[in-house]
Design a protein around this ligand. Structure first.
Ligand code: HEM
Length: 498
């Protein structure tokens, strides 16, 4: 029996090998044809001891992350090897690029050629399959579902922020003693986001019975583990961390309670999605889908995308303001022009200098400093190839195009010799286009951009209407803290005077 099967098995094996070889040859020829048709030339290869797994690069990245110098390391690498180069890490082939033209191609012009692979695996246990983790038709569905919640009418309703900013202000010392604003801002945005999403705030600035504390710490812990999971790439299944999965479960149980309430309430109320006169995101969403798992996934996505990013920006704004007294004084004059009135949408839109400050903070400290896209099919980037870096570069299906926004935003050839300096005035004439991507670009541009800028502007104005003076109480250099978003490792230690 064995003797009779062997020749058949050998034949199948030979055919399989032949087929694989022919396929490889065919693929290689068609890729060569594609490359020469578009004039593609290879990008520089990062020197690596071995390119099968790319352990050396992984080790370098992990060490840099541990020393809180990942972003500067990436910046130094591109200063040495150019704005576009290829590398291997965790067995995955990468094209690293900081060319605005290439980013425009990836995020907008050739949007259909790229997807998110890796995000679902790393964020999945926390977020499920919502707008932030999905691709293709499923993403289009999520985006269409969520878009109506970010129209101007919702973005210009600041009532939901007022109580929370007043709670924060009441916690700030008035005797010129030192306070670390960063953890307070993370509480503040959790409180305002949960109120907006669920119709009820977790009120973490005022812990009453410990349940809010549990929600806040589970959320903080779960989101802080995401970058570690993401760095594991295809080996993420090896990630074993009981506390992470327990935190996800706790958060899901908590959110499920609100989802259930939203489904019941919207059945009773029909089109009416306000609760006690307030707009509630979950109620609006529950009009469009009755699927509790999808509702949970979308709400978790918005919570993750919107909460940490807004808190990081607020923290970085005060970090830079406290270290730049002249800028603070100029902003102070702009705030004083409101005559102490609570700002509305139009008033905030007129505050040119505040807008320039936010732009400049997001340039120097983009709160989403690294990003990447996965090639779903063979495609190309318009530049970065050949010795002069001006030729198109072939991108093979399965390659990852990765970009460091932090590096892009500090390019001296794009922003001038003073690119490292905090100078909001540069925005009076600056129009950087695809060289400026704090909110990304193209069809997946941040859906909450206006909401975030309005929320941060509102909070900044209200704080400055309460306190006259601001002083930094930290002499250390800025150090990165890379969790779900970028923040300051040493916090934001400042003192206020009334
Ligand atoms: C300063 C604050 C914020 C910054 C810098 C920021 C930045 C970004 C960036 C860079 C992306 C693109 C991620 C990617 O596709 O790889 C993104 C996506 C997203 N942001 Fe924001 N964001 C901020 C605030 C918010 C807020 C307040 C919300 C909601 C309330 C929000 C909701 C979202 C959502 C849902 C996505 C996914 C969009 C999609 O994939 O279609 N963001 N954000």
């Amino acid at each position: 029996m064995l003797n009779r099967l062997n020749p058949l098995f050998a034949l199948v094996l030979i055919f399989s090998i032949l087929y694989a070889l022919l396929r490889k040859v065919y693929l290689s020829l068609s890729r060569q044809k594609f490359s020469s048709k578009h004039g593609c030339k290879p990008a520089l290869r990062l020197p690596q001891r071995e390119r099968l797994i790319g352990f050396d690069l992984l080790k370098e990245q992990m060490l840099a992350a541990k020393n809180h110098k990942l972003l500067e390391t990436m910046r130094n690498r591109s200063a040495k090897y150019g704005n576009t180069y290829t590398a291997t890490m965790m067995g995955q082939s990468y094209i690293v690029t900081n060319e605005p033209e290439n980013l425009k191609a990836v995020l907008a012009m050739n949007f259909q050629d790229f997807g998110l692979r890796g995000r679902k695996e790393s964020f999945g246990p926390l977020l499920g399959n919502g707008i932030f983790t999905s691709d293709g038709k499923s993403w289009e569905h999520s985006r269409a579902l969520i878009r109506p919640s970010f129209v101007k009418a919702q973005v210009s309703n600041f009532d939901i922020f007022e109580n929370h900013i007043q709670s924060l202000i009441s916690l700030l010392p008035r005797d010129f003693s030192t306070v670390d604003l960063q953890p307070l801002f993370f509480r503040l945005t959790l409180d305002s986001a949960t109120e907006y999403l669920f119709g009820e705030s977790v009120d973490s600035l005022h812990v009453h019975d410990g349940s809010q504390e549990t929600f806040a710490s589970a959320f903080d812990y779960a989101s802080s583990e995401i970058p570690k999971r993401y760095r594991m790439g295809p080996f993420v299944a090896l990630y074993r961390n009981k506390r992470f999965f327990e935190s996800c479960k706790l958060l899901h149980d908590f959110v499920d309670g609100f989802v259930e309430k939203a489904l019941t309430e919207t059945t009773k109320r029909g089109e009416q999605t306000e609760d006690k006169g307030r707009y509630v995101f979950l109620y609006e969403l529950a009009k469009a889908t009755r699927d509790p798992i999808q509702l949970r996934a979308e709400v978790m996505s918005i919570l993750l995308a919107g909460r940490d990013s807004t808190a990081s920006l607020l923290s970085l704004v005060f970090f830079t303001l406290a270290r730049n007294p002249m800028v603070f004084a100029k902003l102070r004059r702009e705030v004083d022009e409101l005559g102490g009135k609570k700002p509305d949408y139009e008033m905030l839109r007129q505050m040119r200098y505040l807008k320039d400050i936010l732009n400049e903070v997001l340039r120097l400290y983009p709160v989403v400093p690294n990003n990447s896209r996965y090639a779903l099919r063979d495609t190309m980037l318009p530049c970065g190839g050949g010795p002069d870096g001006k030729s198109p570069v072939f991108v093979a299906r399965g390659q990852i195009v990765t970009y460091c926004v932090y590096d892009l935003h500090r390019r001296r050839d794009l922003y001038g010799a003073d690119a490292d300096q905090f100078r909001p005035e540069r925005w009076e004439s600056l129009r950087p286009g695809w060289a400026y991507l704090p909110f990304n670009g193209g069809p997946r541009v941040c859906i909450g951009q206006q909401f975030a800028l309005m929320e941060v502007s509102y909070m900044v104005v209200r704080i400055l209407q309460t306190f006259r003076g601001l002083e930094s109480r930290d002499t250390e250099e800025w150090k990165e803290n890379l969790s779900a978003t970028l923040s300051s490792l040493n916090g934001v230690k400042v003192a206020f005077s009334v």
